[in-house]
Design a protein around this ligand. Structure first.
Ligand code: ADP
Ligand code: ASP
Ligand code: MG
Length: 410
């Protein structure tokens, strides 16, 4: 008998029929003698609908504690319906919101972090021989406020519960049958990976692959939670997220991630002096805007051009801050671009294979794709290119690095 935490995403619980299908799946695990905790998302589209309501009241970027009160209701609908469906089929089940289950978080509304949970209480509920159906994506802060964990946060709820009660496995059921070499919606020849290391999965998630929330992967890596991504609709082994020692295939590249949420800002003709980078980025960070990539280059006349990227939602604010700084520094020009994307190659094999960057640049050059920015780390290379080249860049790199599914290609 194993203790399994399962998480079903929005599409998997998108209708009453699908919720009933999930109930049948859970029952089949129970029949094998396993104890099951099920974490669910809001029904598909529900979180977006609730956000739309908040926008109608608060404007373009809703925020604050009441937003979390609102968004957390989506998941509450699903737990009630799934627990009903299970009980209806003779499988004893109890629904629990995050706060009811004792999931504690910090007070960073809309993107809170789980800090603690009542593991003993969860085990006591399990011992009553029932399925616990938990609302993902939410918790309670020390002041008794409801909080939510950021988009995709139900993944993190599931992994955190699995870590807290040392479950045998955490299974993330979704609308794809595993983690692919890249988003199969962009490259139909993408191949399912049998295994991927925590490190690679963390890079993939951080660089834009929304199949798992970044924090879920961080948690799973830190607490060594066996984590698997599987399809709710199709039988199969899915993808196991594992440690490097257990990774048998020595592929150079695990996958390609991309991020459409970035925007680029540049300030031109600033003096090339010590302290300039701090003067430009200081006010940006004081405005609570996170900066991703940074490039500085010095022109022949000893002035510097400084370019960086931010989340697209922060673009307008960042531009305003930068324009102010530019005036103070006597810069010649400020400009920005919201139609850029970041495309990244990820693989632990890069450590032992030289020349991957030049192969990547060569491949993009052959398609006449201009690289606007570059950044590298030990296991990834990212480039910023014009948004219109996203699909072309992903597909040509996928082919260049032999990532395609050979069976599908035949
Ligand atoms: P859920 O609602 O179940 O949480 P998500 O939409 O959050 O599902 O995540 C699943 C989606 O992630 C897939 O439909 C797929 O389009 C996307 N995705 C992005 N990158 C990858 C990848 N490398 N492998 C698999 N799916 C990916
Ligand atoms: N319902 C939330 C979202 O849509 C959380 C989740 O599904 O994981 O982002
Ligand atoms: Mg998700």
């Amino acid at each position: 008998m194993a203790v399994i935490v399962q998480k079903y995403g929005g599409t998997s619980v998108g209708s009453v029929e699908r919720i009933e299908h999930v109930a049948e799946k859970v029952i089949s695990y129970r029949k094998q003698g396993h104890q099951v905790i099920v974490v669910v998302s809001a029904m598909s589209g529900e979180t977006d609908r609730l956000l739309g309501l908040a926008r109608a009241v608060q404007g373009d970027y809703p925020t604050g504690p009441e937003l979390d009160v609102l968004l957390s209701t989506g998941e509450q609908v699903t737990i009630a319906l799934l627990a009903m469906a299970l009980n209806q089929r003779g499988c004893k089940a109890i629904s629990r919101t995050g706060p009811q289950l004792g999931i504690k978080t910090d007070s960073a509304f809309n993107k809170a972090r789980i800090t603690d949970m009542d593991a003993a209480g969860i085990k006591a509920l399990l011992a009553q021989d029932q399925v616990i159906v938990v609302a993902g994506f939410q918790g309670l802060d020390d002041d008794g406020n409801i909080t939510t964990l950021g988009r995709g946060g139900s993944d993190t709820t599931a992994v955190a519960i699995a870590a807290a009660i040392t479950a045998d496995e955490c299974q993330i059921f979704t609308d794809v049958d595993g983690v692919y070499t890249t988003d199969p919606r962009v490259e139909p020849n993408a191949r399912r990976l049998e295994k991927i290391t925590f490190e690679e999965m963390l890079e993939m998630a951080s660089l834009g692959s929304k199949v798992l929330q970044i924090r879920a992967v961080e948690f799973a890596g830190k607490y060594k939670v066996p984590l698997r991504v599987l399809s709710s609709f199709k039988e199969g082994e899915g993808t196991l997220i594992t440690t490097e020692e257990n990774q048998m295939e020595e592929a150079k590249i695990a996958g390609i991630a991309f991020n459409r949420d970035e925007a680029k800002l540049s300030v031109k003709g600033v003096p090339d002096q010590p302290g300039i980078a701090a003067k430009i980025l200081g006010p940006i960070s004081s405005a609570n805007i996170e900066v991703d990539m940074i490039v500085q280059n010095v022109a022949w006349d000893n002035t510097a051009n400084f370019t960086f990227t931010v989340h697209r939602n922060d673009y307008n604010r960042a531009l305003e801050v930068l324009q102010n700084t530019a005036k103070q520094l006597g810069a010649s020009d400020v400009n920005g671009d919201t139609s850029i994307v970041k495309v990244s190659l990820i693989g632990v094999g890069m450590r032992s294979h030289a020349g991957i960057a030049s192969e990547m640049f060569d491949c993009l050059a052959q398609e006449s794709i201009n690289i606007r920015m570059i950044s590298t780390s030990e296991i990834k290379i990212s480039v910023v290119v014009d948004e219109k080249y996203l699909e072309l860049a992903v597909r040509c790199l996928h082919e260049k690095f032999d990532l395609a599914d050979s069976i599908k290609e035949e």
